[in-house]
Write a protein that binds this ligand. Structure first.
Ligand code: SAM
Length: 286
């Protein structure tokens, strides 16, 4: 018996290719008393495929708080429950956080049953550094908010990864191209594990053209990975005087204005001052 009473199992399911279900996931879904699913109709297809018939309850973003409280009560009575989302690993841009938090806070066990996850699959095949990366979930939907988002990450040395829908992929890349250098390397991972899986590693400039010119590149599901900024170590430092000036300016105005004024006053490079300003903000140094 793989499952134990009173435990919550967080079970990853395939992101396209049904064969990506793990043996352990199948056994757990068979053995638990109850499966909490984002979309019960959707998960039924997966369960049918693996010959699993089990009780289903729905747990989605609109009923999470109340449904989670009910599930916690069931766990307390000793039932075992599996949590699944529509695809991949629950909680990763998917429902489940309130339930997992409630169960942990109540001192009960949460057991991960690992498996497919679009961001990890994309990173594993991207060929960009993965020692350190930032996962950003879905990006803001408006162009101005997206550009602000890209500006904040312009100088980050870490690889960053996000999810994007087919409806916004082109606009998203076009916005990115207005903020990031066009030679920045990016990876577009589309329809992972499915028939039309496409993983393209190219410059941002080429990526915009590729997606604009090719209808197929605007279909399906997307993970986008962006290489971190390469900053020459010799150029990284700003002087103490410049740093102090920036601090004072940041007390009075926005980062953008403070950096612009500091560039005008000191003649230092905007990129360096901007990077220093972001670091100060991160450290709560304002
Ligand atoms: N929890 C899931 C996971 O573990 O990856 C992600 C759920 S999130 C609601 C769905 C988004 O993940 C999609 O809009 C897409 O950006 C990305 N995604 C999911 N499956 C994918 C696939 N097969 N290929 C590329 N991206 C995928």
């Amino acid at each position: 018996m793989l499952t134990e009473l009173g435990k919550l199992y967080v079970v990853a399911t395939p992101i396209g290719n049904l064969a990506d279900m793990t043996f352990r996931a199948v056994e757990v879904l068979k053995q638990v008393d109850l499966i909490a699913a984002e979309d019960t109709r959707h998960v039924k297809m997966l369960l049918q495929h693996y010959g699993i018939s089990n009780k289903l309850v729905s747990l989605h973003q609109h009923n999470e708080d109340t449904a989670s409280a009910g599930l916690l009560e069931k766990l307390r009575t000793g039932l075992s429950i599996a949590l699944v989302s529509d695809a991949g690993t629950p909680l990763l841009s998917d429902p489940g956080m309130p339930l997992v938090k409630m169960v942990k806070d109540a001192g009960l066990d949460v057991v991960p049953i690992p498996g497919a996850c679009a961001l990890i699959a994309a990173l594993s095949a991207a060929g960009l550094p993965v020692t350190q990366f930032m996962f950003e979930g879905f990006l803001p939907r408006t162009s101005s908010a997206r550009k602000a988002f890209f500006t904040e990450r312009l100088l980050s040395p870490k690889t960053w990864v996000f999810y994007e829908s087919c409806h916004r992929i082109l606009a998203c890349l076009q916005d990115m191209a207005e903020v990031l250098p066009l030679d920045r390397e990016i990876v577009i991972a589309r329809e992972l594990t499915k028939l039309h899986e496409t993983i393209v590693k190219t410059s941002l400039g080429n990526a915009v053209k590729l997606v604009a010119d090719n209808d197929n590149m605007r279909r399906g599901e997307f993970v986008v990975i962006v290489d971190g900024a390469v900053i020459d170590k010799r150029e990284q430092a700003i002087s103490l005087e410049q740093e102090n000036l920036l601090k004072v300016l940041m007390r009075e105005c926005s980062i953008k204005t403070a950096v612009a004024l500091a560039v005008e006053i000191t003649g230092a490079k905007k990129k360096l001052l901007y990077q220093a300003a972001l670091a100060m903000q991160d450290q709560g140094d304002r």
